[in-house]
Each structure stands twice: as C-alpha cells, then as structure tokens.
Design a protein around this ligand. Structure first.
Ligand SMILES: CC(=O)N[C@@H](CCC[C@H](N)C(=O)O)C(=O)O
Length: 383
C-alpha cells in the first residue's frame, strides 16, 4: 500500500461529507480529479467524458502489457437524510452515502495511488462511474464508445461494501452474484372530490392500495420459489387532506430476479396488474418499467475462480463463500460486455444494512480492500 490508513480515512471522510445524487456528482468529480492530479503522472492519463461530465477514467500504461485490466468504482449517493451523528456526516441535506460508494471510491483511489508509484506490468484502467443507484451510468458511458481502442479493458473488476460481513472480509462466487432489477414508476389518476361523496369520484389511493396488494402475488404465485424474486414498492405519494379524495397516487418500486427470463416475466405480470387496476377502479394508469443497465451481475466463472483461489491462498485475506443477493448493480451491464468479477468487501456494521440512514462502515475495510486488490492485480498480471 502506498497511501497510509490515515490518508485513506482522510479521503473517505471528505467523500462521505459531499454525497451527490446520480449524474450530479460535480463536487465529487472535482475532488477525485484533484486527488488524482497529485499522483505521479509519468504513466498516467486522465480522461473525462463531455456527455457524462462527472465520469472520470484513468489509464496507467503497463511496462510489458499483455492485457488491459479495468477497475470500476461508483460515485453517487442516495436520497436519505443521514442519521449517523458522525462528525464528517453529509453536508448535503437529504443526501447520504448510505450504500458505501465513498468506500468504493476511496479503495479505487488507493489502488490507483499504488500503481501510480509501482508501474504495473499490464495496462490498468480505473473508471470512476456516476449514477449507479439510478440512471445506470455504466451503460451510458459504454454506449458512447468510451471503452474502445487503448481504453478497452480485457477484463473488469469492482467491489461492493457489505455491512453484514466482518470488516475486511472478501466474498464472491463464480456466476450470478447480484440480481437484475427493473424500476417501477406508476401514477394512477382518478377523479378527486369531497370525502363525503365517493360515488362522484374515482379514488386514486384505493387504486394504488390495490396495486400494492396485488403485486405481492407476483413473487408468491408467478415465480419459481426455488429461484426467487422481489417486488418492493418504496414510495407511495397521494392525497393532501383526510377529507379530500385523492385524484392521483404515485408509487415507485423495484422488481428483482437472478435471471433475465424471470425478470421479464415479472415485468409482464406487474404491467398486467397495473392495467387491470386501471380498468377495475376507473383510473388512468401511467406505468414506466425501466431496466436500463441493471442486468444480473454475472461473474466470469474462470476469473472468479482465479480470484477465489488467490484470496484463499493469501493468509492476509479473510475470504468467505457467499450466496447470490437481490442487490442490484449496473456493473452487471459492463460484465455483459467484458468478463470480470464483482466481490463484496465486509465493512462490519451488521445492525445497519445498505440504504440505512445510520449505516456506518468500519474504516478498517479501506486498507484491507486496497491491499487485497493490489495483491490480486499483481498476481493476475503474472498469469
Ligand atoms: C448496490 C445497490 O444498492 N444498488 C441498487 C441499484 C438500484 C437499481 C435500480 N435503481 C432499482 O431500484 O431497481 C439497489 O437498490 O440494489
């Protein structure tokens, strides 16, 4: 490791305090560029992408390259009011790094800082990616043709922090690691009116409530229980007062499955239910189902096994086998274009899951993550 633990913590706390939503990561972008510009530039090239202005790519020229290896860290945060009480809490009201992307960026910078001092044998590309939680930034950048020519990785790696695992533990598996997801955005529009005269209205809340209940049958009745799936509705906004019948109800949610086939079937069921509710309750239905880049995260079997073998043989790494999770990740899209591996990095906060307002990763994971990945990349470059 080139950066000390103290330097990693300094960077992580600065990033934690400046969380920004998808495609708005301008302060984060400036901060990362400033840190990267202070590294040794001898074999380092920085590239920005005008069409996705918060993205940053960095290429390190290898000494005797046989391949180009990509490493991705995501940058965006979530619309959550932080409640950790930490002295370096979010400075941005209602926005929080509650998914640990501050950890991801810091580990990425730590690995980059190491190879900016120790020139790698193979070429390395670091991709600081906007918009993982929404708007699938990885797909946007890929679709622009950015990963071509000398910026084309032969293989791609990335990590996600995991509060349920002990600090510094690494876990992954060959094949499916995370689900594919689809965002649900639906508005039911009926006819508002006085609470006393329901016969003259079409109540959007009743339609929305029926939708909430009915979509519960998608997983319980339409998905093979052995394969599993998720339909969660995370928002329901309707109404202004107890004695007014609401004209509109808006709900947002997510559909998840480990295979694209199951995901598409679930999308169709959700669409059918929404349309049927429109007919049953006499409301207009505006439904958007957006998958974008949130494909199932499929680890390349050979590269994942290589990584697992390396980590299991390294006495400094605590490695654990793990089952797939229903988390989504738009890295799944990039792993459909390039072989590669995503892995979990334990951050030891079992009482506060990802997306919780009190989630507080243990910073001991930073050095563990950098050391493990630097070790693996050096090993991979000998193959
Ligand atoms: C790691 C993580 O938490 N990722 C997000 C990805 C969101 C995908 C999309 N916006 C959706 O809501 O389906 C997750 O919620 O798993």
């Amino acid at each position: 490791m080139v950066w000390t633990t103290e330097e990693l913590i300094r960077v992580r706390r600065a990033l934690h305090a400046m969380p920004e939503l998808a495609l708005q990561e301008y302060e984060t972008h400036r901060y990362l560029l400033n840190e990267i510009s202070q590294l040794n530039q001898d074999w380092l090239t920085i590239r920005t992408v005008p069409e996705v202005p918060t993205a940053i790519l960095v290429r390190l020229q290898g000494t005797h390259p046989t391949r180009t290896i990509g490493y991705r860290a995501d940058m965006d945060a979530l619309p959550i009011e932080e409640a950790t009480g930490l002295p370096f809490s979010s400075r941005h009201a209602g926005v929080m790094h509650a998914c640990g992307h501050d950890i991801h960026m810091t580990v990425g910078l730590g690995i980059l800082a190491y190879f900016a001092e120790q020139q790698p044998k193979d070429n390395l590309i670091f991709f600081f990616q906007p918009a993982e939680e929404a708007d699938f930034g990885g797909k946007h950048v890929y679709d622009l043709g950015v990963f071509s020519g000398e910026w084309r990785p032969d293989e791609f790696y990335g990590l996600h922090d995991n509060p349920q695992l002990p600090t510094g533990q690494i876990a992954t598996r060959p094949g499916t690691l995370f689900a594919g997801t689809t965002e649900i955005h639906v508005t039911f529009t009926g006819k508002g009116g006085h609470a006393a005269f329901p016969q003259d209205s079409n109540d959007a809340i009743v339609a929305g409530a029926a939708f909430v209940s009915q979509v519960q049958t998608v997983v319980s009745r339409n998905v093979d229980p052995v394969q599993g799936g998720v339909v969660t509705l995370g928002t329901f906004q309707a109404g202004t007062a107890g004695n007014i019948i609401a004209e509109t109800a808006h709900l947002d949610g997510t559909i998840r499955a480990f295979t694209q086939t199951n995901l598409v079937n679930m999308q169709q069921r959700v669409r059918t239910i929404a349309e049927a509710i429109g007919t049953m309750y006499g409301v207009q239905v505006d439904l958007e189902l957006i998958q974008g880049g949130y494909m199932p995260v499929e680890n390349d079997a050979t590269l994942a096994q290589l990584m697992i073998d390396y980590f299991q043989a390294d006495p400094t790494v605590a490695f654990a086998d793990i089952a797939p999770a229903m988390t989504g990740e738009d890295f799944g899209f990039l792993l459909q274009q390039f072989p590669g591996v995503m892995f979990w990095l334990g951050v030891g906060d079992p009482d506060h899951p990802l997306h919780h307002a009190k989630m507080s990763p243990n910073e001991g994971a930073l050095a563990a993550g950098v050391d493990a990945m630097v070790g693996f990349l050096n090993y991979r470059m000998e193959q």
